[in-house]
Design a protein around this ligand. Structure first.
Ligand code: SAH
Ligand code: SF4
Ligand code: F3S
Length: 470
C-alpha cells in the first residue's frame, strides 16, 4: 500500500486542513504514516505568520531532498508537496528555492490534490488559485473524528491588521452556509464526536447563509448546534474583539454546552500601537468588552495573543500592555516578538524596535502571563470540575480529558469513560496538566470560590481577584 506523511505547522485551521488531506489521500489509496522515510508522498502544510515559521519549512525541505535522493536510489520515488500559507504566499518561488518540491498547493485548492499528484508525475505543478467551487464539497466525510473535533465554519480575513499575512494567504472572509455546517456537525456527532470547536481565522465574523436565506450570526449558529444530539460541548476560535456581538455574548449566558472559555486576541494594551496595528479598537473598548462577557458568564476563562516590539513601540506602550494583562487576568496566552512580513504595511515602517529590547519585553510579558496561567491552574486544586474524557492518558489507568476551561486533565479512570463528561476532583496541578480522580457519583461541581457572586477560576488570577489600580 502507498503511504503518505502529512505534517502541519501553524494554527488549528492548518491542523484541520491537514487531517482533511489525510482523508483525501486515504480515498486515493494512501495509508497515513508517521515515518517520513517510508512515505511515497510527503505533505508539509505550512505557516507564513512569522519569519521563523516560514524558514522552518525550508530547512525541512532541505532534509527531505536528501531523503528523496536516497529513496530514488533504492528505486522508490517520492512526491514532495508544499501546502498551506507559505505555498500561497510564495507559490512558484518555492520550486526555485527548494528543488526537491513537486507540488505547491494553496489552502483553498487542496481538494485538487489527487489531480495535482497525477500531474506531478510528468512536471512540477503550482496551484494557488482561489477557486470558485467549494473545497468542502470535494472532500470525503471524516470517519473517525475523535471525541473532540474541529469544524471550519469561516475562512479568510478582511481585517488587514498591519502586521499580518493572513488576509493575503487565506483570502477574503467566506462563511460556509449554516445547513452545510449542521449536516457536518450531525455526521461528526454520529461518528462519535462529543465536542466541536468551530474554527475560522475570524470566526465570530461568521455570517453564513441560514436555511431561511438570511445570514446567521455565530451566536445563532451556536444555538442551533447546541441542539444536535450527541454533542455535549461547543467551542469556537479565533475571535476578533470588533466582532463580539450581543448575540454571541448572550450565547455564553444561555447555552450550557458553550464552554466558558474565550480566546480573544488583543495584541497590545497601548492605544497608539493598537491604532498603528489597524486593530480598530482601543484598550478600554477591550476592557469593557471583557466586563460584558464576564457579566454574561462569570466563570469564563480568557486567553489572548500579544505582539511585543511592533514598530514604534516605546517602554510606555509596553507598560500599557503589562497593565492590561494585570487588570484582565488570563488563563492562558500566546505572545510573540513582532516579525516583519513581506507585503504587509508594517513591514514598510522604519521604526523597528531593536532585537534585544523585543527579547526583554517578551520575557517580561511571558513571566506575567505564565504566573497568571499557573495561578489559574492551581486554583482548580481541591475543586470538582466536569471533564470530557477524550483518549487514553499518559500512563495505564489514566484517561486524558479537558476541563471546561480547556485545561488538560489526567484522570485515574476506566477507559470506558472516554466520550463522556465526568465530575473529576482535581488533586494536583502540574506544569501543563491537572491530575485528578473521578468524584463520587452525584458530586456536584463546586461553586466558584467565594460563592456564585465571585468570578469562577478566573478570579484565581491574582489580577482578577484584586484589580490593579491603574
Ligand atoms: N485570526 C487570528 C489569529 C491570527 S495569527 C486573530 O486575528 O487574532 C495568530 C497570532 O499570531 C496573532 O494573533 C498575532 O498575535 C500573531 N502574529 C500575527 N502576525 C504576526 C507577526 N507579523 N509577528 C508576530 N506575531 C504575529
Ligand atoms: Fe490577521 Fe488581524 Fe485578520 Fe487576525 S484579524 S487574521 S491578526 S489580519
Ligand atoms: Fe499560519 Fe496560515 Fe494559520 S499563516 S497561522 S497557517 S492561517
Amino acid at each position: 500500500m502507498k503511504k503518505a506523511f502529512v505534517k502541519s505547522y501553524g494554527c488549528q485551521m492548518n491542523v484541520y486542513d491537514a487531517s482533511r488531506m489525510v482523508d483525501l489521500l486515504g480515498r486515493e489509496g494512501f495509508a497515513e504514516t508517521g515515518a517520513v522515510e517510508e512515505a511515497d508522498v510527503v505533505v508539509l502544510n505550512t505557516c507564513h505568520i512569522r519569519e521563523k515559521a516560514a524558514e522552518k519549512v525550508y530547512s525541512e525541505l532541505g532534509r527531505l531532498r536528501v531523503l528523496k535522493g536516497e529513496r530514488a536510489e533504492a528505486g522508490r520515488p517520492t512526491t514532495i508537496v508544499v501546502a498551506g500559507c507559505v505555498a500561497q504566499a510564495e507559490g512558484r518561488e518555492i520550486l526555485a528555492r527548494a528543488p526537491g518540491v513537486d507540488v505547491v498547493v494553496g489552502p483553498q485548492s487542496y481538494h485538487r490534490l489527487p489531480r495535482l499528484l497525477e500531474a506531478a508525475a510528468s512536471a512540477k505543478v503550482v496551484d494557488t488559485e482561489f477557486p470558485l467551487e467549494d473545497k468542502f464539497d470535494h472532500l470525503p466525510a471524516r470517519r473517525t473524528p475523535g471525541v473532540s473535533a474541529f469544524l471550519t465554519v469561516q475562512e479568510g480575513c478582511d481585517k488587514f491588521c498591519a502586521f499580518c499575512v493572513v488576509p493575503y494567504t487565506r483570502g477574503a472572509e467566506v462563511s460556509r452556509p449554516a445547513a452545510r455546517i449542521l449536516a457536518e456537525a450531525e455526521r461528526l456527532a454520529g461518528a462519535g464526536a462529543r465536542e466541536l470547536t468551530l474554527i475560522g481565522q475570524n470566526v465570530n465574523a461568521y455570517h453564513g447563509e441560514g436555511p431561511d436565506g438570511a445570514p446567521w450570526s455565530l451566536g445563532r449558529l451556536l444555538h442551533r448546534l447546541a441542539a444536535v444530539p450527541g454533542l455535549l460541548r461547543l467551542r469556537y476560535t479565533t475571535s476578533h474583539p470588533r466582532d463580539m456581538d450581543d448575540a454571541l455574548i448572550a450565547a455564553h449566558r444561555d447555552l450550557p454546552a458553550l464552554m466558558p472559555y474565550l480566546h480573544l486576541p488583543v495584541q497590545s494594551g497601548s492605544d497608539r500601537i493598537l491604532a498603528a496595528m489597524n486593530r480598530r479598537h482601543d484598550a478600554d473598548t477591550y476592557r469593557r468588552l471583557i466586563d460584558r462577557v464576564r457579566a454574561a458568564r462569570a466563570d469564563i476563562a480568557l486567553s489572548s495573543d500579544f505582539i511585543v516590539g511592533f514598530p514604534g513601540e516605546t517602554d510606555a506602550d509596553h507598560a500599557a500592555t503589562l497593565r492590561l494583562v494585570e487588570e484582565t487576568g488570563f488563563a492562558s496566552a500566546y505572545s510573540f516578538k513582532y516579525s516583519p512580513r513581506p507585503g504587509t504595511p508594517a513591514a514598510e515602517s522604519g521604526d523597528a524596535v531593536p532585537e534585544d529590547v523585543k527579547r526583554a519585553r517578551l520575557a517580561e510579558l511571558q513571566d506575567l502571563l505564565e504566573g497568571q496561567r499557573q495561578a489559574f491552574n492551581r486554583a482548580a486544586v481541591g475543586r470538582t470540575v466536569e471533564v470530557l474524557m477524550e483518549k487514553p492518558g499518559r500512563h495505564p489507568g489514566q484517561v486524558a480529558g479537558k476541563s471546561p476551561y480547556l485545561q488538560a486533565v489526567q484522570v485515574e479512570a476506566d477507559p470506558a469513560a472516554i466520550g463522556t463528561v465526568v465530575p473529576v476532583r482535581i488533586l494536583r496541578a502540574g506544569a501543563n496538566s491537572l491530575f485528578g480522580e473521578v468524584a463520587a457519583a452525584g458530586t456536584a461541581a463546586a461553586p466558584p470560590p467565594g460563592g456564585p457572586a465571585a468570578a469562577g477560576p478566573a478570579a484565581a488570577t491574582p489580577a482578577a481577584a484584586t484589580p490593579a489600580a491603574a
